[in-house]
Design a binder for this molecule. Structure first.
Ligand code: ADP
Ligand code: ZN
Ligand code: ZN
Length: 732
């Protein structure tokens, strides 16, 4: 028999299938194997078995070894790898590497095994006096201990009694020695109670709709605090009941011990957790429990979509709008698309949940591609927090040029006087170099694209990152003639300092990239705040997601505009989502919540609609804009990013690709809304020059993307690297 093998080297020259003779090892499709390659031995994956090969017998090598006790890549994952390679033009090996824990490769981690002894059957019934001499006291002690306790850890016996005695008894066949896999359990110390709740009518409706259907994609639009998690749990329980498995994804940052504890409490050992906070050993064990079928529910961040489960009955993507579901480094893929592929293969339901669905998903619900389910009210009819908009231009005019408005300061005082907790949110997304006038709120925008312009210091110009239009830089505000234009953002540290000065007897915690360098530190900050170890939490985006702090009654949004003027076509959408999510942290328990939102553009539709909790209104407005400007969901953006150490090579590749792209666009003129070549916004990273082609495709995307891959393949010359990205979440 012949095995088709993908070798575990990521290199375009070896990105093909190699044939190996199976010999007398037990190889199956999906097995990980050791193979001779060149003059060394490396790992590979068997992706097919066949009877014949074109490789001449004297050239055909034999597989050396099979690495695990079972195939690690199942039939479904094989199909998925195939689909992903077609869709994203990825190397097989890069895809297969997504499917298994990275530590497993190269044999860096294995199942943890411990040695145990038990008393052999033949010696169990008769008196030990007949085979242990009275003088061998140590042997007798060990024997009596094992006789009483049953199977015992050999290392423990060696430590507490005598290793020599254990050895002697084993050699004489009185003890039987064996190995057993040891499980490294994450969050095993996290005990939670399994609250059983009665679903609200709206929750029950959603659960019924999901459980009574098959192969449908649902969009669960539920306001913050409406109890979406409970809906997920009921649907997962139903899938398990039906003998199936389930996958639930959360953004990495929301996978707090609190969430995991609740799931463990409800589903016990059926749950396996996959995320980067686990130790390598824990992750491997959790993954293996899914592979062997011992665990049936996978919970994790983006990569848990590749959980090695069979017979998947339900896939849930919580906070589906979250940007972290798009991988924008190699291998690039969209989690939502991969989830759709898996749901289709398994004929199961896909549930996307959010309080603020992405415009694309909501659009799909509108046109009937997704079935819309709504939870319009918070649990126990708790009101959504009231959002109050403060005009910072006015604040400046009346002489307050600090970060905090008088309104927010007085609200903060009230909140502290009442003994409650507050969250102060500082909006900071990406590199923010838009130009704004603090006296009138003017922001420089591209005339063609309606996105904010970005100031480029080196050339002293303003640029649009979507169409590359250039504008001269501004010295005074074109609207109110003020010479004091502002660039850049407010630092969390400064805000935290000012608040500490205002409330010297209160505890202020800060959470941003600086305070969370360490992997667990963000959890530590959330834990301390949750345990009321602090009164005020000052932080960035990280504090916006899904956390449930019952005593928070005030949320202050310091610099709401930051993401609004981000140079991204989704700026308005992201801002609406952020405000709704952060505001949703307030008043989640019995005490009502309040939100103070500071802005220089108080009349912007995003703020008006967010303050009214009017998602549908926001969607209408945004969707119309996108339709006119031909941005997603009315097109797909394709970015061909070319990087090279040599600027000439980058430009040569760019020109070759662009010429062919122009031909393609001419032949399909009704499919292209836009096509242009330019330098990337960040022109050089790690000594590599970056240039790009951007296209917006309004029709026939599935056909055209194949043509685009053909074009970029044709000009791959080894001097430059090319990535094709579909609707990238990051355009830098
Ligand atoms: P969401 O994810 O929609 O923001 P959560 O799932 O966090 O909301 O639920 C908010 C709170 O309501 C949680 O504390 C949850 O335990 C509680 N909850 C959910 N469903 C019910 C219910 N049917 N009855 C009582 N409490 C509930
Ligand atoms: Zn533009
Ligand atoms: Zn102005």
């Amino acid at each position: 028999m012949i095995a088709e093998v993908i070798v575990d080297i990521s290199n375009s020259e070896v990105d093909r299938i190699f044939d190996y003779a199976v010999g007398n090892v037990a190889v199956e499709c999906g097995s990980r194997v050791m193979i001779p390659f060149g003059n060394r031995k490396i790992e590979g994956y068997v992706i097919g078995l066949k009877d014949n090969t074109d490789v001449p017998p004297d050239k055909l090598k034999e597989i050396c070894d099979v690495l695990d006790d079972r195939p690690v890549i199942g039939k479904e994952m094989m199909t998925l790898a195939h689909e992903m390679s077609k869709r994203y033009h990825l190397r097989y090996v890069d895809i297969l590497r997504l499917f298994i824990p990275s530590q497993m490769r190269g044999g860096k981690i294995k199942e943890l095994k411990k040695r145990y002894v038990r008393i052999a059957d033949a010696y169990r019934e008769c008196s030990p006096d007949t085979f242990i001499r009275p003088s061998a006291k140590a042997q007798r002690e060990v024997f009596d201990y094992v006789a009483e306790k049953g199977e015992t850890d050999t290392a423990y016996l060696g430590r507490e009694f005598s290793a020599a005695a254990v050895r002697n008894l084993t050699e004489r066949g009185i003890f039987v020695c064996f190995e057993r896999g040891q499980r490294r359990t994450p969050y095993s110390a996290e005990l939670g109670e399994n609250k059983s709740v009665t679903l609200t009518a709206a929750q029950q409706n959603a659960v019924n709709a999901i459980c009574e259907s098959k192969g449908i994609s649902f969009l669960l639009h539920g306001v913050t605090g409406s109890g979406k998690t409970e809906v997920y749990m009921h649907c997962i329980a139903a899938a398990l009941q039906a003998g199936k498995t389930a996958i639930m994804l959360e953004p990495e940052i929301s996978l707090t011990p609190q969430v995991l504890r609740n799931f463990r409490a409800r589903f016990g050992d059926s749950v396996a957790i996959l995320h980067s906070g686990l130790s390598a050993g824990e992750r491997f064990d959790e993954w293996r429990r899914l592979l062997t079928g011992e665990a049936k529910v996978a919970i994790g961040a983006r990569s848990a979509i590749f959980a090695p489960l069979c017979n998947v009955g339900l896939i849930i993507i919580d906070e589906e709008h979250d940007g972290s579901y798009v991988s924008d480094s190699n291998p690039r893929y969209s989690t939502l698309e991969v989830a759709t592929m898996r749901a289709k293969y398994n004929g199961c339901n896909l549930v996307l949940g959010s309080a603020t669905p992405s415009v694309e998903s909501y659009h799909k619900a509108r046109v009937g591609e997704y079935q819309l389910l709504e939870l319009k009210e918070r649990i126990a009819s708790r009101p959504l927090p009231e959002i109050e908009i403060v005009n910072m231009c006015e604040e400046l005019r009346s002489g307050n040029n600090g970060f905090l408005s008088r309104r927010l300061m007085s609200a903060l005082s009230d909140c502290m006087d009442e003994g409650n907790q507050a969250i102060i949110f500082i909006n900071r997304r990406g590199y923010s170099s838009f130009v704004m006038c603090p006296s009138c709120g003017y922001v420089a925008k591209c005339e063609r694209c309606d996105v904010s312009l970005v100031y480029h210091r080196d050339e002293n110009v303003l640029k649009c990152h979507y169409c590359n239009n250039r504008y001269s830089s501004l010295d005074i505000c074109p609207q109110c003639k003020s010479p004091h234009l502002r660039q850049g953002y407010i630092g969390t540290q400064k805000v935290a300092e000012q608040i500490r000065k205002m409330f010297p007897d209160k505890n202020v915690l800060r959470m941003d990239n600086d305070t969370t360098q360490n992997k667990d530190s963000h959890l530590e900050i959330l834990r301390r705040f949750g345990e009321r170890d602090a009164d005020i939490l000052v932080g960035t985006q990280m504090i916006a997601k899904g956390h449930d702090f019952p005593c928070v009654t005030l949320v202050g949004i310091v610099d709401a505009d930051m993401s609004l003027h981000f140079a991204d076509y989704r700026a308005a959408e992201r801002t609406f989502q952020l405000i709704t999510q952060v505001a949703g942290r307030a008043g989640r328990d019995v005490k009502p919540g309040r939100v103070v939102l500071q802005t220089y553009s108080p009349n912007h539709y995003v703020y008006r609609l967010a303050a009214r909790n009017d998602y549908a209104g926001f969607f209408e407005k945004e969707c119309n804009l996108r339709e006119v400007t031909k941005y997603p969901p009315f097109s797909k953006i394709v970015r061909i990013l070319i990087t090279s150490e040599s600027q000439d090579a980058a430009f040569a590749a760019l020109k070759a690709d662009f010429d062919d792209m122009n031909v393609l666009a001419r032949e399909n003129s009704d499919c292209f809304a836009y096509l242009s070549a330019m330098k990337a916004p960040v022109k050089k990273i790690q000594d590599r020059y970056r240039v790009q082609i951007i296209a917006r495709i309004v029709k026939d995307f599935d056909r055209l993307i194949g043509r685009i891959y053909d074009i970029t393949d044709a000009h791959a010359d080894g001097k430059s690297t090319c990535f094709v990205e579909i609707n990238p979440s990051n355009m830098s």
